[in-house]
Design a protein around this ligand. Sequence first.
Ligand SMILES: [Zn+2]
Length: 85
Amino acid sequence: MTREIKNLGQAARYGMFVRVGCRKCDKVATFTATDLAAVLGHGRTLPSLTFRCRDCNSIDCEVMPYEDDRDRVNKKRVIWRPVKE
Ligand SMILES: [Zn+2]
C-alpha cells in the first residue's frame, strides 16, 4: 500500500515512521513521524528533511517514510537529533 505523503503532518496522522539511513556509514535510525512533526513542524515536506548522523557526522542521509505496525512495540529505536536550519 503506497500513499502519497506530502508533509510530516500527514505522515503523523497516518501513524507512519521515517527511516533515515546514512549514506556514508550505513547507520539506520527510525523516527516516528509524530516526533518529527513536533520538532520540525507539520508542514515540512519529507524531501526537505535533513539529518546529521550521530556516528560520522554526515548529513548525507536517505529519508524513507514507511508504515509498519510492528515497530510500535520496538523500543530499540535509535534517536537522532533533527538538524535545525
Ligand atoms: Zn554515518
